[in-house]
Ligand binder design. Structure first.
Ligand code: ACM
Length: 759
């Protein structure tokens, strides 16, 4: 699934981790995300309070850290005599961005070589204090447990991207995001400031870009949000972003340059740098609607897959682009500026006389090289302003310049990072599969982000050194509100923090526990995070005689409540206390509630009574499944066109044995599933895009339509033996996933494998 085209699912080891636990130490008190390189709990504790002396001995360098500590201590009314000393050392002693912390009763010593390092230490102190820091006023002061920490970042680029074009987020909220980024040690805030749907940054030379281009009448995505808002108010378009313009109600907003300067300073004071993106030559409709002459057809508008791009063959385009970037380069102090250059409708440049002439003059072979001509020329302009260019990985397609930085996103172009690194280009890794936080979440999403290995993209040891870091990308086509944004971002951002800063070893269970330990802090910060999933059941369950619904709730102090009358559970609904025995068909609606009574995900669990489906006799069962491949664009598997059949073969497992698949295609696996014993089987079907599992000729799991990687499950009662099996799948473009797992009657969950299938 290509992120930007989605319809909403329908919508080295550089550090080693060491924790030494003393007998006196209470686990859970040392929950720091991302995990410090070395953390050694110590006895005693320090009370940060109104009387704490902040002693910046060599501290001019540490102004931001000192200011933050002062703000914290002024939030308490307690008075205890103690000291925090800040010490500055050379980068040979503590690497750039790293720090040491020693917390004892009566004294904290914070040592760093850089402002960022000192600020990172303060973020660690905040997490060691935890929820109480955000519950004010504090009469007792803020308790910091005794500890020795030595810490340093793994990557220099620890980014969060936010698309403020598709939906606008105001400065007050961006400041909140910066606070949260700093708390989790992110240091780059990439703002996607322009796109087809809105221009968000004042350009003094072209005031209409924001006077008009920042405001819209509601579009298709807004309407989709409003439909979803009927069931979920987080999809409402915030009233504060509407305004009457020339008698019409318009939706949007923008930042003036003065406002942006304030935000840049706010971020810099928290060791966060703002990276601006003005996406061109594609994704430019907010501008080309006002200046259609910048496109090749002179009209602008929507083209085949994307909007009409700027025309790289007209000097007026470069005049416009250079005027815009002159102001951007002057406004943003960052070394890097992002040119975008993704998803360009390059076919719009075909058969355009100016383009034919330019290609001839410059010796350009195709439209990919034409795009590179634009990008290279803009890069030279950026360089003339002392800036470096970042582009999405499409900048590889027509030939990348040796000095551009590549932001990798297209997981379905697996060789792109290697091709860039081979040429010596810097890489920022944001592969969609792991880093796109606009993708709907399911029970595996958090672990998926945690499992992200930015080196695992065919990069050899020498090539890995070009990886500057990682970034979480938040595209907001379907994220209109702050509430919805937080739901999509938390807790996944915590997993990305581990990848970006440290994660020397994979410890999923340990990480999950840290997230659980930090939920009170997220609650105290009023973050609308997504609850960790309840599990242990399938929403489509069956029983033969009787069954037991056993819910596993990972957050022990959250209650689970349920109803059986179809109503949404609330705080007066029945409390789940243990196994529920099912002897009749029933529907449960169940949800977890946090300690302040807020409800998490709603699960609707249906129990259907079944008899064991009898098996069929096969005269001479042969191993494998019949496989069919149908290139073409399909939105639902029912639309598969038998006449398009191109490959038919036998396969032993759920795989797509086609050497080079089309961008869009569908497949069918057909045969028999062998149930090795009588019992209830649960099938888990994960796909990107759509899939449907049929057993016994009937729909079992419906995971159809275009969507990001998403898992659905269902149960069926099967007699021992062979059962008709069919798995349909479609890929709408942008990379695919297809995985089928089974939970056996024995309780073992595993991927289906060759021994399960016959034909
Ligand atoms: C992108 O998601 N089009 C970079």
């Amino acid at each position: 699934m290509k992120c930007r085209l989605i319809n909403l699912a329908l919508l080295s080891v550089l550090v080693c981790i060491k924790i030494t636990v003393n007998a006196q130490v209470v686990p859970g008190k040392y929950t720091v995300i991302p995990q410090p390189s070395v953390l050694s709990p110590q006895p005693g504790h320090f009370i940060l309070n109104r009387n704490t002396v902040i002693n910046p001995s060599s501290g001019v360098l540490f102004g931001a850290a000192v200011r933050e500590l002062k703000t914290m201590k002024d939030k308490t009314t307690a008075v205890v005599k103690n000291t925090i000393s800040l010490k500055s050392v050379h980068e040979d002693v503590i690497p750039k961005g790293g720090y040491k912390l020693s917390v004892k009763s009566g004294e904290v010593v914070l040592t760093a070589s850089t402002t960022e390092g000192a600020f990172a230490a303060v973020s660690t102190l905040k997490q060691l204090i935890g929820a109480s820091l955000y519950k004010l006023p504090s009469k007792t002061g803020f308790e910091i447990p005794g500890v020795e920490i030595s810490d340093a970042p793994r990557f220099e680029w620890r980014g969060v991207h936010l698309d403020v074009s598709r939906h606008f987020f105001d400065l007050e909220y961006l400041r909140k995001m910066i606070d949260r980024m700093a708390l989790y040690k992110f240091n780059k805030f990439h703002l996607h400031l322009t796109d087809d749907q809105g221009w968000r940054i004042e350009i003094k030379k072209y005031p209409e870009l924001t006077a008009k281009g920042a405001w819209r009448t509601l579009n298709k995505q807004d309407s989709a949000c409003l439909v979803l808002a009927k069931d979920n108010p987080d999809y409402e378009l915030p009233e504060k972003h509407f305004k009457m313009i020339d008698g019409a109600r318009k939706y949007g907003g923008f930042y003036t340059q003065e406002e942006m300067k304030g935000l840049i300073k706010y971020a810099a004071d928290r060791s966060v740098e703002i990276i601006p993106e003005i996406d061109m030559p594609g994704h430019m409709m907010a501008a080309t609607a006002l200046m259609p002459w910048l496109t090749s057809n002179g009209k602008g508008g929507q083209a085949k897959d994307f909007s009409e791009p700027l025309c790289p063959c007209k000097e007026t385009t470069f005049e416009f682009a250079e005027n815009v970037f002159t102001e951007i380069a002057a406004l943003f102090p960052s070394k890097y500026i992002h040119l975008g250059a993704d998803e360009v409708e390059k076919s719009s440049w075909k058969n355009v006389p100016e383009c034919d002439a330019l290609m001839k003059k410059e010796g350009l072979k195709d439209i990919n090289q034409l795009q590179s001509y634009f990008v290279h020329r803009m890069e030279r302009f950026f360089n003339s302003k002392g800036k470096k260019l970042i582009g999405w990985d499409e900048i590889l397609d027509g030939g990348i310049s040796p000095t551009a930085t590549l932001m990798y996103w297209r997981t379905w172009v697996p060789d792109a990072p290697r091709h860039a690194a081979e040429k010596g280009n810097e890489l920022i890794m944001t592969p969609g599969e792991f880093c796109y936080f606009d993708a709907q979440q399911d029970a595996n999403s958090l672990q998926k982000v945690y499992s992200f290995d930015p080196y695992n993209f065919k990069l050899n040891t020498a090539e890995r050194k070009f990886v500057m870091g990682v970034q979480a990308n938040i595209w907001t086509e379907y994220i209109p509100s702050e509430q919805r944004l937080e739901y999509m971002v938390f807790p996944r951002l915590l997993a990305m923090a581990e990848v970006a800063w440290g994660k020397p070893s994979l410890d999923w269970k340990g990480f999950e526990q840290k997230v659980i330990d930090q939920l009170p802090m997220l609650d105290a910060m009023k973050i609308n995070y997504r609850f960790l999933d309840l599990n242990g059941f399938s929403v489509n369950s069956v029983f033969v005689d009787k069954a037991a619904l056993e819910i596993f709730n990972p957050v022990k102090n959250f209650d689970v409540r349920y109803t059986t009358d179809g109503s949404v559970p609330n705080l007066s609904s029945k409390l789940y206390k243990g196994k529920l025995i099912i002897e009749r068909p029933v529907q449960f609606k169940l949800a977890a509630f946090n300690t302040s009574g807020k409800r998490g995900e709603l699960y609707t669990v249906n129990y259907e009574k079944q008899d064991y489906a009898p098996s069929v006799q096969l005269a001479s069962p042969k191993k494998g499944l019949d496989f069919f491949y149908y290139p073409g664009a399909y939105h639902l598997v029912k639309d598969i066109n038998e006449k398009a059949l191109e490959v038919q073969k036998v396969t032993s497992a759920i795989e797509i044995p086609v050497e080079k698949t089309a961008d869009q295609f569908a497949t069918r696996h057909k045969g028999y599933f062998y149930a090795a014993e009588q019992g209830i089987y649960t099938f888990f079907l994960r796909s990107d895009d759509g899939s449907v599992l049929k057993l016994e000729g009937k729909m079992l799991v419906d995971n159809d339509g275009w969507h990001s990687s998403f898992e659905k499950s269902a149960q069926i009662a099967l007699a021992k033996g062979y059962h008709p099996f069919e798995l349909l799948f479609l890929e709408g473009g942008g990379g695919y996933t297809l995985k089928l797992e089974v939970l056996l009657p024995s309780g073992e969950r595993r991927a289906v494998r060759a021994e399960d299938f016959y034909r």
